[in-house]
Design a protein around this ligand. Structure first.
Ligand code: 5GP
Ligand code: ZN
Length: 126
């Protein structure tokens, strides 16, 4: 997407914080980037390691995963697999979280996977 705004999943990409981070319009502390995804540290970390992995394409939530775009999810898990090894949290373990919609606690309407680690995490979540 080079020019202007387009609508996907009912939202203007131009209003989306994570599209702006992907575009470099909002700075972020990047960990990994390729043609399909960006990984960056969460601005408000809930664990000593807390990063987010987002597709560069604007997909609103898990509700918007389709036959056509679902390969991005496996790609994101492969990227997480690489990053957790690079950050030395793979052996102790970590948590991958996707919040979907209002009850799921999603606050940014561009699908993202949280990865939290480097401390023991409680279960169940609140
Ligand atoms: P959600 O609640 O939607 O699952 O998670 C959104 C996450 O995005 C939150 O953990 C929040 O701290 C993070 N976040 C929101 N705005 C920004 C930002 O501008 N930069 C970064 N790096 N993280 C952000
Ligand atoms: Zn977006």
């Amino acid at each position: 997407m080079k020019f202007g705004f387009s609508v996907k999943g009912g939202e203007f990409m131009g209003d989306c914080i994570f599209c702006k981070i992907v575009a470099g319009e909002i700075p972020s502390k990047k960990i990994y980037e390729d043609d399909k995804v960006l990984a960056f540290y969460d601005i408000s970390p809930e664990a000593p390691v807390h990063f987010l992995v987002v597709p560069k394409e604007h997909i609103v939530s898990a509700n918007d995963i389709t036959e056509e775009n679902c390969s991005i999810v496996s790609h994101i898990f492969l990227v997480i697999n690489k990053i957790v090894r690079d950050l030395n949290i793979s052996e102790n373990g970590y948590r991958i979280v996707n919040n979907c919609g209002t009850d799921g606690g999603q606050t940014v309407n561009h699908i993202h996977f949280h990865v939290l680690g480097a401390r023991e995490l409680k279960w169940p979540p609140g």
